[in-house]
Design a protein around this ligand. Structure first.
Ligand code: AMP
Ligand code: MG
Length: 314
């Protein structure tokens, strides 16, 4: 079943049904090394999921749940290892969507990755899931619970809690500053680390991810977003013919609105007559939510404009 959450739509299965868990990997064409996040509706449901619930987890969960924060903790021995891709840890969160919370209260915890084919743009509306899985929905293999557009629009922040340290494995809907503020409010002297990109500690968080079907370029050009870009030069760098047409997405200055619209705009651009997509970011990007947005753009894009020294020039 595809379920709405405040981050993106998920493809969900009960954690006690191994065949349903397996079918998530099959339907998404997701490699088995990429672990699923388990969604709960109440703290009671952590029983049988996690082996430990340290005070740090409790402090962060009480500040951010229901909400876009995934906590990676030692897994309970009874939890199906297919969910965690054989890891000794499990990612858990409580999503902030009334329909889904009600559902999980009756089904028990649901394992749910985003409801898209592996590597492709995540869905933030029921119609995106429909586009992504038209055949499977027509066959009755997937049903979609329509809960309206996702409020946050990018995935959850994934953090790992070590003894007195927190590692941000993936930036997302809860910012590093919000996490630090909560720790300070609790009087905790905990280090917050951001490991290198593509760290093995966060399997599945790959260099190419969230990609639209068309080539995407993200532009950090510091001129005003009103200033025209040389789209012909960008098309040439992508190796496209001179007649190739660009569609330009200008992100909202408010990062909450930019995040909410991001994947929908990717999908609109994919459906347009353009040959490639350019995403322009506003000049002022102070709020912490921009780190989640730029993380997704980096992974979704073929290149950054102006070109970086490390870019391959065709
Ligand atoms: P999604 O595909 O958006 O549901 O996100 C799942 C991602 O969460 C995975 O690709 C991992 O990067 C991360 N994740 C889930 N479980 C774990 C875990 N046990 N340890 C580390 N990262 C995890
Ligand atoms: Mg995903």
């Amino acid at each position: 079943m595809a379920i709405p959450t405040e981050t993106v739509y998920g493809l969900a299965a009960r954690i006690d049904l191994p065949a349903a868990i397996q079918s998530i990997f099959t339907l998404k064409e997701r490699p088995s090394f990429d672990p699923l996040i388990v969604h709960i509706a109440e703290l009671e449901q952590l029983k049988g999921l996690v082996a430990e619930w340290p005070p740090l987890a409790d402090a962060l969960a009480s500040a951010s749940w229901p909400g876009p924060l995934t906590l990676v903790l030692p897994k309970h021995p009874s939890l199906n290892p297919a969910i965690t891709s054989g890891l000794e840890t499990v990612g858990v969160r409580m999503p902030d969507h009334p329909l889904t919370l009600e559902l999980i209260r009756s089904t028990g915890p649901l394992a749910a990755p985003s409801a898209n084919k592996f590597g492709h743009t995540s869905p933030t509306r029921a119609e995106h899931v429909q586009q992504e899985f038209a055949r499977e929905i027509a066959n009755g293999d997937i049903i979609v619970l329509d809960g309206g557009p996702s409020e946050v629009g990018v995935e959850s922040t994934v953090i790992r809690i070590a003894s007195n340290r927190i590692e941000i494995l993936r930036p997302g809907g809860v910012t590093a500053d919000q996490i630090k503020a909560r720790l300070a409010a609790e009087g905790l002297n905990t280090e917050v680390e951001t490991p290198e990109r593509n760290d093995q500690r966060s399997p599945g968080h790959l260099e190419h991810h969230y990609m639209p079907r068309k080539p995407l370029v993200w532009s950090l050009d510091e001129t005003s977003t009103q200033t025209p870009l040389d789209t012909t030069a960008i098309g040439r760098r992508l190796g496209l013919p001179a007649a190739a047409k660009a569609t330009v997405i200008v992100l909202n200055e408010d990062p909450r609105l930019a995040a909410r619209e991001l994947y929908h705009l990717f999908r609109e651009a994919d459906c347009s007559t353009a040959d490639f997509i350019i995403v322009r970011l506003p000049r002022s990007r102070k709020d912490g939510l921009w780190s989640a947005i730029t993380d997704r753009l980096k992974r979704a894009a073929q290149l950054q404009w102006p070109l970086q020294r490390s870019d391959h020039i065709p």
